[in-house]
Design a binder for this molecule. Structure first.
Ligand SMILES: [Zn+2]
Length: 424
């Protein structure tokens, strides 16, 4: 029996971090940047070398997928794991990861005048004695989500090195453009024939998130009636005033700056206008499907009320759903969550069921019919220069994934799916 290969996981992580895979929302190519194609093909080579089958990269959705075939007489439905190759909208040129062996809790000089300090970031204290990996000042690191990729490769390597560990079919998918919400929307899941899957994106060891926001955006156009102010009595309709009336009619407490955990909100993204014309852009977020609908209905009602007051068609509304919370689908398949809680329990990992206050690949993949909660990649301070992860956290991810596939093989024919649990 060989152990989790920390050197392998760390080497792959650092190799992939050095590649600039920043996504670009202004580009409509698939994927949006060429650096992502480079990494997706490198990963395809790597997993082929590990011995996976059915390895393919498709230009149509820019996903690399592959299978580690079952090695057991017992049967288990196919299970999937997903990580993304792109990094957030922050400098990713010449990323130079720094390895701090046996981190002792002291401040780390990242260069460029930046200090990574446990006073400012107390989560660092959980990693004393571990091998800490940071960027070097003027770039992000890319642990989001290259720590997820490295942990996933660590699981595959462990299972290949230890063929006596039995498992069913395991599919892996590496995709682009998560940070801009485009990648998984295009994922052709017929290439990923699994019953359920997990994304390994952000989060602390022990997290599991299956409820994210339902999301919509709205654009409201206000058309005024311009009349010389001296002759305006009873005639002028001021578009800028209508826009401010619209905003005042929104609930003033349901805004991001007053929301946390499972609270939803309205956010005015922009508000521009003059007497003739004004436009308000709005986003709507809510975890709960019913209150999400109520929020959208309120927007419709405010618009209808303004049109009633000022005359028809002064106010035009365009509202679109952006993504839906996978919560409802996953609640209908509690095993997908309970399996993870079992695995955490077996490894003495304290589970934390958390809301995910943002869109994820799992939202899109769940919408395509594959229940896909998010677990964790073990890093922290994502999307900026203070990002870090430890080699030990990535090894813990590998170990957790192995435990999930082992537990799935054991439980598949005797599933615990009566109700969704929060812990075991
Ligand atoms: Zn991510």
């Amino acid at each position: 029996m060989t152990d989790y290969d920390g050197n392998y996981i760390q080497d792959k992580f650092i190799e992939y971090c050095k590649l600039n895979t920043r996504s670009d929302d202004s580009n409509n190519a698939i994927p949006t940047t060429q650096g992502q194609v480079t990494l997706l093909k490198i990963i395809a080579q790597e997993i082929k070398k590990l011995g996976l089958t059915d390895v393919s990269y498709s230009d149509l959705d820019a996903y690399t997928v592959a299978k580690l075939p079952a090695n057991s007489n017992k049967s288990a439905t196919p299970i999937g794991f997903v990580a993304h190759v792109d990094t957030a909208d922050f400098n990713a040129e010449n990323i130079t990861p720094q390895v701090h062996k046996a981190y002792n809790g002291q401040d780390i000089d990242l260069g460029h005048g930046l200090i990574l300090s446990s006073d400012e970031f107390p989560s660092l204290n959980k990693h004393i004695g571990e091998t800490l990996i940071t960027a070097s000042g003027d770039t992000l690191l890319g642990a989001d989500d290259k720590a997820g990729i490295a942990g996933l490769l660590g699981m595959l390597k462990y299972l290949v090195d230890n063929p006596e560990v039995e498992h069913g079919d395991i599919w892996v998918a590496f995709g682009p453009d998560e940070e801009i919400g485009k990648g998984a929307a295009r994922f052709d899941v017929s290439r990923f024939p699994v019953e359920f899957a997990y994304t390994l994106d952000n989060g602390d060891i022990g997290d599991i998130a299956y409820e994210t926001f339902n999301a919509a955006d709205a654009k409201i156009d206000f058309q005024g009636t311009v009349v010389h102010p001296g002759e305006a009595y009873g005639l002028m309709v001021n578009a800028a005033v209508m826009a401010s009336e619209f905003i005042s009619a929104l609930p003033s407490d349901e805004v991001p700056e007053k929301s946390k955990d499972f609270d939803g909100y309205f956010m005015v993204v922009s508000n521009n206008g003059n007497v003739d014309h004004a436009q308000v852009e709005l986003i709507i977020r809510d975890f709960d499907t019913e209150t999400f609908l109520a929020k959208k209905n309120l927007v419709n009602k405010i618009v209808a009320d303004l049109n009633q007051k000022y005359g028809k068609d002064h106010v035009k509304l365009e509202m679109h759903d952006q993504y839906r919370s996978p919560g409802d689908l996953i609640k209908a398949h509690p095993y997908v969550v309970n399996l993870v809680l079992h695995a955490y329990h077996n490894l003495n990992i304290e589970p934390k069921v958390i809301p995910f206050r943002g869109g994820t690949d799992g939202d899109f993949i769940s919408e395509k019919g594959i229940p896909t909660p998010n677990l964790f990649n073990g890093g922290a301070n994502f999307h900026g220069p203070y990002e870090y992860v430890t080699t030990e956290s990535m090894m813990k991810l590998s170990q957790t994934l192995v435990e999930i596939v082992k537990t799935h093989l054991k439980m598949n024919n005797n599933r615990d799916e009566t109700e969704l649990k929060r812990k075991y």
